[in-house]
Write a protein that binds this ligand. Sequence first.
Ligand code: NAD
Length: 435
Amino acid sequence: MPALDELTPAQFCRFLADRAIRRCYFVWHDETETVNSSHPDLEPLGRWLAAERRDFDRHEGVFVQIGESTGALQGAFVHRTCRGQAAGGVRRMRYETVAEYLRDGLRLSRGMTHKNALAGLWWGGGKGVIDPGPGREPDGRGLRPTLYEEYGCFISSLKGCYVTAEDAGTTAEDMAAVFSATRFTTCIPPACGGSGNPSAPTARGVVRGMEAALAHRGQGDLRGKTVVIQGLGEVGSRLIGLLAARGVHRVVGADIRAERIAKLKRAHTEIELDLRVVATDDDSILAEPGDILSPCGVGGTLNSRSIPRIRAGIICGAANNQLEDPDRDDRRLAERGLLFMPDFLVNRMGIVTCADEQAGYINGDPMIEAHLDQQWENGIYRLSLAVLARADESGSTPARIALELAERRSRELHPIFGHRGVEIIRSLIADGWAA
Ligand code: NAD
């Protein structure tokens, strides 16, 4: 039999089902510096996680269950909860292998630790990942709400160490289904009293990041510039109107969905547009000339293959984990004289918008708008300028400076609840959560 990490999610679900395992976990044990697995059969996967040092990075807990009715593989990744409950959205996507599934969850959840800490939110970092599982696509009538209700129950069972939200593959409607089964969620639809789709504020935040990058380089503002966007989904499509309003001369963009491109062409006649439909493996858009490249599709697009071809001087986009190899790719970009705005620094507005949602939601909330204010020192604009200046002074890269700051902040303890997340995890295990 192949190693557990090499199985497809469907094979892994069968492996668990054959052993009557519906829930399992992997938790970091500080004293022994090892990953403890809930079941002896899963110890090889625990060792695999521990060996993924950079991405695992002492995750406090990884929790997985097979959906009772849907058979979907549902996960909650809890990276670090010093600042509060682990918070981050739930992604629904198909993965080739268990390794890809786990790696994506780990990287995204670690990224949330850094994003939340940099934004100054009293939240730790976490992420949810759902793979639809053994050949069942939960888009059929009835199955999709069931999937998200199941996920809500799963989140409730974790007793608040992780608070979920919307992410790629999940809609506001899905969040309503999650909310029907748990209070540990944000991004619920406005009709349920929440903030809804976070993409509009995220796009506004990315624009602030672009403005900071231009100011840092002495290139003025966005007027007359050309912006190249990869991925014209929820965030990328909203960038077009915002950029047009700021006097951007031309937007070049690519997406794999033809109907989206056609719709955007019809909607935006106020700006010069060059939008293309591309194949999934076609990343030629990254090599387009322009002032700013904005990756707004999937992660990992900045890598040893793409970096030598990039022609825009500034890179600033919404996609999470744009650097395929964060230990190397920021240096590669800097060596080419390209200014990379770390994604976890500029794409915070989605999580900021829902951060205080559990305390009620106000349209135009000043506590949210402050993050877009060019005067506030912890807003995206001024914090970006500070990070860029520090990178220049120290000869380091913006990604490393932002990461150092985020790491420091992420270890600050929540002023009221302390490190309650790990206490919750300990109690889950003591109470036989996976039994
Ligand atoms: P989305 O799924 O709505 O949009 C992504 C778009 O990229 C889709 O239209 C998809 O067709 C396109 N795409 C996928 N592969 C592509 C390829 N190879 N070439 C060109 N286009 C491709 O997602 P979104 O909500 O717009 O988010 C975009 C990115 O930003 C994601 O990585 C997401 O995790 C991140 N992000 C989003 C938010 C938010 O508020 N929505 C917040 C923070 C981070």
